[in-house]
Design a protein around this ligand. Structure first.
Ligand code: C2E
Ligand code: MG
Ligand code: MG
Length: 629
């Protein structure tokens, strides 16, 4: 009474397609992964459909639990198919999670339908196994509703995002959804024919020919992927996961092609592509066009070593059929660390980079570095502007007594802004200022703003015993540093006792001039903190050499302690206290961190838990009444 005429040939065709798709070089993108899953699902569904139907025919020979299991498996797979075809539409349109208003709309209907199928064991909702074997249940229509839902959503998405497809693709997309709809209708009208599988096979063929045929992504001779594949692979990668591209151009490609002739040169290109696929199996290899190759891989790929390997191979000739080709390569690299944030920007910059690469030093252009350079120039300009216009600003971050949680001091942190008025973090502009010497002017400006703040405000009312000012080692190279600072102090009538100078641990090296400067400043009444302790390698002996009164533990050291608590940090704090220093813990971001750092002996705490750095106005507003942070 069942008709299998359609099921068996269909099964064979899908199985062949499945094996073929596994075997051919396939671009590693979401769509291809979903399509492969769909093929596997299809093979499985047809097999289970056939088995379950056979078992239903001979129900007397099977235990009811077996019959239930086989039929449930079939319905589960039948619904999974609806969902997977929908996922194909989703991937074809390059939709991302952000495109769903609600994840439940994405897979919720599928999950609910599956639940109803499985629950049939108790409820008999979709089907049950009775006296005469398999029988439909009252909620049988659920399986059609689930299908209709995903087909309707698919078609709606194809319409909404139709501009992402060309005409041919749009027609293909609509066609397979229409075929699946007809399939469901025919199945409904002719339930005894296992005919849905045939419609699914048709839909798969349409998807295959429109979107998944490997030739679409392969360059001439199926060795490397082509430019379209490169764009689609980037579409799947940029902004989604870390990546790196190492690309190179064959130098003088056009002239070389003239000399060797087109056929020889094509042969040479194939050999290069084959070499790349064999040497770097973890990367996807692309031949973009006229002598341009690209390797796409993980951001951590050892691209410098790979470039050396490629260069080394280019030392020897490429032996084409009856000629030896001597070629050379010029490289470009770009990664997710750079600023290029869309697939188009990556492709365009890469291609223009490849055109310039031959003229570059070392025959290499690092696009990340190049863009980094742009940013540096911008920062440099902002820094100069801020200094000229007196636009350097300072923010204050409280230092808190670890026993009372009352504010006792504050660290002064420099701030400048870029052309759009956004704050540039010191980690960007301080290194630049140190390199071009502007740090002297900038440090002096910060020092002056600090003195002005002390002069203009009632320090006691704010709860402040002193302010910490960062001092760059470069500033200490000026022999007139201390006299300049003293002049500024005098101008504002401020005592050096109200200022503590922070010097980072990395700066504390054996430079006699630095040592002398610090001593002079100390003799003039300044006190010193050792900043970022634990970020460098200074030994305690050297620390002892300098007149510090306070040690600031670097935030990384503090955070490490909370990741993995050992005895090292408490012992270090203990040692410092024995030596007569007070200790400050930086980077305190939670109440627990504050408590623990207090309990191991830190005297002062600094961090976002108490307050972020604040503009002087905001600081005054917040602490005007010496309030507890
Ligand atoms: P620093 O002296 O170690 O300053 C502390 C830095 O840690 C500040 O960053 C502060 O915002 C940040 N910070 C404080 N608490 C927390 C926390 O709980 N969590 C996290 N994640 N961060 C916290 P900022 O202002 O970006 O300053 C960075 C560095 O730039 C400073 O490190 C200092 O070395 C340098 N710097 C800032 N202003 C000046 C200056 O006027 N002169 C010199 N020479 N260097 C300066
Ligand atoms: Mg500091
Ligand atoms: Mg610090």
């Amino acid at each position: 009474m069942w008709n299998y005429n359609f099921a068996i040939p269909g099964f064979m065709v899908v199985a062949v397609l499945f094996l073929y798709f596994i075997k051919t070089p396939r671009l590693n993108i979401r769509l291809n992964r979903s399509f492969l899953e769909l093929l596997a699902l299809e093979v499985l569904t047809v097999a289970v459909d056939y088995t379950a139907t056979r078992a239903d025919e001979h129900y007397e020979a099977f235990a009811p639990s077996w019959l239930f299991f086989l039929n449930a498996a079939y319905f589960a797979l039948y619904l999974a198919r609806a969902f997977w075809y929908f996922r194909i539409s989703w991937d074809v349109l390059h939709l991302k999670k952000e495109n769903t208003p609600n994840v439940l709309l994405y897979w919720g209907v599928f999950a609910l339908s599956e639940l109803i199928v499985i629950s049939s064991f108790f409820t008999g909702a979709v089907f049950r196994i009775g006296e005469t074997g398999y029988q439909r249940g009252p909620l049988y229509a659920v399986i059609y509703l689930c299908w209709i839902y995903y087909l309707v959503v698919s078609v709606a998405l194809l319409r909404i995002y139709s501009d992402r497809l060309n005409r041919y693709e749009l027609v293909g997309g609509m066609a397979y959804n229409a075929i699946l709809l007809v399939g469901n209708v025919v199945r409904y009208l002719m339930p005894k024919y296992l005919i849905m599988n045939t419609f699914c096979l048709l839909a798969i063929l349409v998807i295959y020919l429109t979107f998944a045929v490997p030739e679409r992504h392969l360059a001439n001779r199926r060795i490397a992927f082509n430019m379209r594949a490169f764009r689609e692979a980037l579409d799947d990668t940029v902004g989604e996961k870390p990546y790196r591209v190492l690309a190179f151009a064959l130098q003088d490609y056009i002239d070389t092609r003239e000399i060797y002739g087109g056929t020889q040169m094509d042969h040479g290109v194939d050999m290069v592509a084959r070499f790349l696929t064999q040497a770097f199996p973890e990367c996807q290899v692309f031949y973009l066009r006229s002598g341009y190759f690209a390797l796409l891989g993980a951001e951590t790929m050892p691209w410098e070593k790979m470039r050396d390997m490629i260069n080394e191979r280019f030392q020897s000739p490429w032996s084409a059929s009856d000629a030896e080709l001597y070629l050379a390569a010029a490289f470009v690299t770009v990664s997710s660390r750079g600023k290029l944030d869309t697939p188009d920007k990556v492709t365009n910059n890469l291609v223009s980079g490849l055109a310039r690469a031959a003229q570059a030093v070392d025959g290499l252009i690092d696009l990340d570095g190049e863009l980094e350079l742009d940013r540096q120039t911008e920062v440099k300009r902002s820094l100069e502007f801020a200094l000229e216009q007196g636009r350097v600003d300072v923010f204050l971050q409280p230092l808190v007594d670890s026993k009372t949680y009352r504010i006792t001091g504050a660290e002064v942190l420099a701030r400048i802004r870029d052309a759009e008025g956004n704050i540039i973090p010191p980690s960007l502009f301080i290194p630049i200022a140190e390199k071009n010497g502007k740090i002297n002017l900038m440090g002096e400006r910060v020092f002056e703003l600090t003195c002005r703040f002390i002069h203009d405000n009632d320090m006691e009312a704010l709860g402040l015993s002193w302010l910490n000012v960062n001092l760059s080692p470069i500033q200490c190279m000026r022999s007139d540093l201390s006299s300049r600072f003293l002049d500024i102090l005098n101008e504002y009538g401020v005592s050096p006792q109200s200022i503590r100078l922070e010097i980072t641990e990395q700066a504390v090296v054996d430079i006699p001039l630095l040592e002398r400067q610090i001593e002079t400043l100390r003799d003039n009444g300044f006190r010193f903190s050792l900043d970022d302790y634990g970020s460098g390698y200074s030994n305690l002996n050297r620390v002892k050499h300098y007149p510090f009164v306070n040690i600031k533990l670097d935030m990384e050291v503090v955070w490490d302690y909370f990741r993995d608590r050992d005895h090292l940090l408490p012992n270090i704090v203990h040692a410092f206290k024995e030596m007569g220093y007070t200790v400050t813990a930086e980077g305190i971001e939670s109440g627990e961190m504050a408590e623990v750092m207090a309990s191991i002996g830190c005297d002062y705490l600094q961090g976002f838990y108490f307050s972020k750095p604040l503009s002087t106005d905001a600081f005054i507003r917040k602490y005007a009444k010496g309030s507890v942070p």
